[in-house]
Design a protein around this ligand. Structure first.
Ligand SMILES: C[S@@+](CC[C@H](N)C(=O)[O-])C[C@H]1O[C@@H](n2cnc3c(N)ncnc32)[C@H](O)[C@@H]1O
Length: 201
């Protein structure tokens, strides 16, 4: 989906995603002492970025949807924190190396050649000792899970991401994880996500 399609999806006062952080982001990062600058790549309406800011991180929230970033700013104001929102296409956005103490990528789905370039830039944007966290819909989700993009070209496994980051970072977790969701009829289903957590060398 391009920026115009995402803007269309985000238009309206309702949040497309919920206001609280993603469960895996919260589980993985709640115990991490806020230690400076964080970047949330494809931040959307800011649910994770705002939660990080509330915990004491100085957060850059990057997304190519201006509508989403306006909502992220509003959510931050409601919660009494500030984000630095950056409207940019991640396929060309090039952060300065070793700028951040934490890089988060949650549910960004692009064809692998583009996504892998974004993930490599995320890795080099993090300082030595800093944390990289990725969560996304797993490649097996269309067949064995529920929801999310169905196009296999934009899905990935945790191992794929870990292999990409391994030359730059120590991999702490690279796993398929499950998330309870409801389908359109309100029936309980299980979504499959890829989760990778790494520490920059
Ligand atoms: C599924 S949403 C996830 C939002 C957020 N990370 C979360 O977990 O709530 C995917 C986001 O990726 C953004 N996005 C997709 N392609 C992008 C690109 N090339 N550059 C910047 N943002 C992009 C969309 O605008 C959208 O906000």
């Amino acid at each position: 989906m391009d920026a115009a399609s995402w803007n269309e999806r985000y238009r309206g006062s309702e949040l497309v995603w919920k206001a609280g952080p993603n469960r895996f982001v919260e589980e993985e990062l709640a115990g991490l002492e806020p230690s400076g600058r964080a970047v949330d790549l494809a931040a959307g309406e800011g649910r994770n970025a705002v939660w990080l800011a509330e915990r004491g991180w100085e957060v850059d929230a990057v997304d190519f949807s201006g509508v989403a970033l306006e909502k992220a700013d509003r959510l931050a104001a409601e919660r009494g924190v500030r984000l630095r929102t950056v409207r940019a296409d991640l396929t060309v956005w090039a952060p300065t190396e070793a700028t951040y103490d934490l890089a988060l990528i949650a549910y960004l789905h692009l064809p692998w050649p583009e996504l892998s370039r974004v993930l490599l830039r995320a890795a080099t944007a993090v300082r030595q000792g800093g944390t990289l966290l990725l969560v996304g819909h797993h490649a097996a989700n269309p067949e064995h899970g529920h929801g999310g993009p169905q196009d296999p070209r934009v899905l990935y496994t945790a191992e794929q991401v870990a292999d990409l980051w391994r030359p730059y970072a120590d991999i702490l977790r690279a796993e398929t994880v499950t998330r309870p969701v409801k389908d359109a009829e309100g029936v309980d289903r299980t979504a499959l996500d890829a989760l990778v957590r790494a520490v920059r060398r």
